[in-house]
Design a protein. Structure first.
Length: 292
């Protein structure tokens, strides 16, 4: 019998809901939750305490759901539309063994940017880009320095070719693994229905990538406050302290707080992309090498 809550609920929804509370407390000027407002005066007292505790827990759980949904819209969709889905990244990764990784990715990024802003949905792409405004200096630095390690796949061309041949041999599908075909969902469904041990490993990667995606969402919201505080302090106004200013109210420490959170955000973003890629890789390995 399966438990009522899966690992994803506990780690991503409960975990990130709790993780966001210190950020909310700091950036709302020390706001504290008044749990007595949930006290309905139920007798005996332990029942009232139980209701209060459950209300707080479910509030955190719902907050985690909201963060995960916002992350899927702002983090996942933006990265997928500009860099390509993880399945596309894997295909490209097998083709850049002897060429410049940075050059290939910059070309892919340029083509996707043009494509996104030339379609009818350009407005939604623009809005998503604007929500990432505080992270743009970090993105620019990564683009210039060429830190694109998340594109380096463990798959070889031979394994991907074997997966493509095996997939196209299925009469119902007849799909080749290419950038312009929808091939991963059928492959994923076959592995999930025929290989429980591989599915368990894949699920671990799914949980970890979901965790880092939600952390990215929290840190991106934090960067908006940090950027606003830096601009206020540069303009001569008395801005609130950033999250990592260590009690010092000077501009250098304000910049340090902004830079430090930007660095943690990039680490979380690359971790999200890496584990998303590993999920796809494990599915392909299981599909090719599974018995039967």
């Amino acid at each position: 019998m399966k438990p009522p809550f899966a690992n994803y609920d506990i780690v991503v929804y409960f975990g990130c809901g709790l993780f966001s509370l210190p950020f909310i407390v700091h950036y709302t000027g020390g706001l504290r939750a008044n749990t007595t407002s949930f006290n309905f005066g139920i007798e005996p007292q332990f029942v009232s305490t139980l209701v209060t505790t459950l209300t707080v827990l479910f509030s955190v759980y719902i907050l985690g759901h909201i963060i995960a949904y916002v992350g899927s819209q702002l983090i996942e969709k933006l990265m997928d539309s500009f860099f390509g889905k993880a399945s596309t990244i894997v295909i490209l990764g097998t083709k850049i063994r002897n060429t410049s990784l940075s050059q290939v990715i910059r070309g892919q990024l340029k083509n996707n940017v043009i494509k996104n802003f030339s379609r009818a949905t350009w407005l939604s792409s623009l809005i998503r880009c604007l929500t990432h405004l505080p992270a743009l200096p970090s993105y620019f630095g990564i683009l210039v320095l060429g830190f694109f390690g998340f594109y380096r796949t463990r798959l070889s061309r031979e394994v991907l070719a074997a997966a493509s041949a095996k997939l196209s041999a299925i009469p119902v599908l007849d799909i080749e693994i290419r950038v312009d075909t929808v091939w991963f969902k059928p492959l994923e469904a076959i592995v999930m229905n025929n290989n429980p041990s591989a599915t368990a490993r894949m699920y671990n990667y799914l949980v970890i990538s979901g965790l880092f995606r939600s952390i990215c969402t929290i840190l991106l919201a934090s960067l908006w406050f940090e950027m606003a505080y830096v601009l206020l302090r540069i303009s001569g106004y008395d801005a609130p302290q950033g999250l990592l200013m260590l009690g010092n109210s000077s501009l250098p420490f304000q910049l340090f707080s902004y830079a430090a959170i930007s660095l943690v955000y990039l680490f979380s973003l690359f971790s999200y992309l890496k584990f998303q890629r590993r999920y796809v890789e494990d599915a392909i390995f299981a599909f090719v090498f599974a018995k039967g």
